[in-house]
Design a protein around this ligand. Structure first.
Ligand code: HXC
Length: 253
């Protein structure tokens, strides 16, 4: 079987690529565990000075709905990705999400853990969890409002729609949008620039910015609220409807 996550070093830049194209890079527990394994390697590698996170074709269309449908709250809590996403956010080196295609749900939450997000013109982002009878659970309700402001974040989280690259750029979610064929080179250019900055000062600045967010507790609480929804009818209905390719019938229970 092909590796679910690819990792390579290009000079002193690390490139981490989600590689499950048939499922639009849906993030299963296995994919996230693989990301975690690669992060352990990256943390120990003194040579790596910046990291690019990307996906094959799409960035990632969210957590794997098929794997989540029948989870109970306890299992949902264990399924969550917050530990790995926090680990990525707290890497001492700068990180860049190179976003192509869909970055939805947990996929967008993955991109939100990076220091920068640059995108190709075909990128579409959103937090569609509400349409499945749940809410974002891997940092989305905490990180997105801080990044783009509460009103725009609420529009995305409570309505669950998608926005295109140019709108995401205007909202401050992306720092740059480029044609698809230029995305990787653009990410490399930024990574190389960052790699030339003094490493200890970079690490200190990043640590200080992350400290200022004081968000750890909110992310733990988000996980508790998120998993509690797995005791509801509407979560089961929303996810079963996605799997059955039909419209969900919500009853508010
Ligand atoms: C499992 C997924 C998936 C997902 C896509 N696929 N997204 N499988 N989990 N999140 C699969 C589809 O089932 C399908 O498989 C194949 O990928 C292609 O998808 P289609 O729907 O046929 O393609 P298209 O019509 O082009 O629509 C693409 C799409 C749509 C807009 C991305 O697939 C979609 O809405 N996906 C779900 C997005 C979503 O709701 N994400 C949030 C998940 S909840 P088959 O086998 O039929 O070809 C979440 C919570 C995070 O992320 C909290 C932390 C754990």
């Amino acid at each position: 079987m092909e590796d679910l996550v690819l990792y390579e070093k290009v000079g002193n830049i690390g490139v981490l690529k989600v590689n499950r194209p048939k499922a639009f890079n849906a993030l299963s527990r296995e994919v996230v565990d693989e990301i975690d394994n690669k992060l352990a390697i990256i943390e120990k590698d003194e040579e790596i000075r910046a990291l690019i996170v990307t996906g094959d074709g799409n960035f990632a269309a969210g957590a794997d709905i098929v794997a989540m449908v029948e989870l109970n709250p306890e299992q949902a809590r264990a399924f969550l990705f917050s530990d790995t996403f926090n680990r990525l956010e707290n890497l001492s080196i700068p990180t860049i999400a190179a976003v192509c295609g869909y970055a939805l749900g947990g996929g967008l939450e993955l991109a939100l853990t990076c220091d920068f997000r640059i995108a190709s013109e075909d990128a579409k982002v959103g937090l569609p969890e509400i349409t499945l009878g749940i809410m974002p659970g891997a940092g989305g309700t905490v990180r997105l409002p801080r990044l783009i402001g509460e009103a725009k974040a609420k529009e995305m989280i409570l309505l669950g729609g998608q926005i295109k690259a140019d709108e995401a750029l205007k909202a401050g979610l992306f720092t740059k949008v480029v044609p698809k064929e230029e995305l990787f080179d653009e990410a490399m250019k930024l990574a190389e620039k960052l790699a030339q900055r003094p490493k200890l000062a970079l690490k200190a600045a990043k640590q200080s910015i992350n400290n200022g967010k004081a968000q750890a507790e909110a992310i733990v609480k988000e996980a508790d609220i998120w998993s509690s929804l797995f005791a509801t009818h509407d979560q089961k209905e929303g996810m079963r409807a996605f799997v059955d390719k039909r419209k969900p019938q919500y009853i508010g229970k």
